[in-house]
Design a protein. Structure first.
Length: 286
């Protein structure tokens, strides 16, 4: 079912509308053939629901109107007699109202679902991806890098003395620092690279198609910008960074563990530094 929904989501909006119109007409023809004694009203909800979920609001309104009009046509053609001419018109208006309510409800439900899915992947404080999203995307990118034999680098960034600053300056100042750090990292990496807050004062950056030489340049730039940021704001913190470059098959857990160990090695040796490591070297370059 998920695969089908993903496939339908990728269809052009015009195709979705054509399919919905076709469904309305098919249901209308069946409605005529079965006669007015058998109610078919609920089946008109199928194209309404379909276009509402996979297309935009204006198209759902059009299909709702078409469904109500088709029902009126089918009811008239099948020979249903009413005591007054206004009755079928009134019934059609009521059905249109029902279709519109259903359409708008589905549109709102999908909007809320998308928002919930987005928030589930975003760190609410900094606006960058959270650890869950990072693991998902990093796994995909590492598999791709291994398949095409491309290097990939993971950097683990920890804010030195963050707890002390939080205790002395207050949590609001600490939150401001975290937000500024996330923005600075994001502003100084490429759009294809991925930054995430893994928790607390720890961030990870995945540099796609980046060998150790280019990774050093990129990470040195990030650290330099971060140190400039905290200096300008008189924040008493620095940054310890561990970075690992992988050339072959790696897992997210492996790289994070290695980068984390490197970061702690920096802290033990005095903080505010960068340690690099190559996870695997291609056989031909060994």
């Amino acid at each position: 079912m998920k695969v089908l929904f993903k496939y339908l989501d990728k269809l052009p909006k015009a195709v979705i509308t054509v399919i919905s119109v076709a469904l309305v007409l098919i249901i209308g023809v069946i409605d005529v053939l079965t006669g007015y004694e058998i109610s078919f009203s609920i089946f008109y909800l199928l194209p309404v629901a379909f276009v509402s979920w996979f297309n935009k609001k204006s198209h759902s309104v059009i299909i709702s109107i078409l469904s109500a009009a088709t029902w009126l046509w089918a009811d008239t053609v099948s020979g249903h007699a009413y005591s007054h001419l206004a009755i079928p018109v009134w019934n059609s208006i009521m059905r249109l109202g029902f279709f519109l309510i259903a359409a708008f409800s589905l549109l709102e439900i999908k909007k809320l679902l998308i928002k919930e899915q987005t928030f589930a992947r975003i760190d609410f404080l900094t606006g960058v991806s959270n650890s869950r999203a990072f693991y998902e995307v990093a796994k995909i990118e590492m598999d791709r890098a291994a398949r095409f034999s491309r290097p990939i680098t993971l950097a683990y960034i920890d804010i030195d003395n963050f707890k002390q600053m939080n205790d002395t300056s207050g949590h609001s100042q600490g939150d401001n620092l975290l937000q500024s750090v996330a923005k600075t990292i994001k502003d100084n990496i490429r759009s294809i690279d991925i930054v995430s807050r893994l928790g607390g004062d720890e961030f990870a950056v995945l540099f796609q198609e980046t060998n150790e030489e280019n990774a050093k340049k990129a990470i040195n730039k990030v650290q330099s910008e971060l140190l400039g940021l905290v200096k300008n704001n008189n924040w008493p913190v620095t940054f310890s960074i561990g970075a690992v470059t992988c050339y072959k098959s790696c897992t997210v857990d492996e790289l994070i563990k290695e980068a984390d160990n490197l970061m702690y090695a920096v802290k033990e040796s005095g903080k505010n530094g960068i340690e690099y490591k190559i996870h695997e070297i291609p056989t031909g370059n060994a």
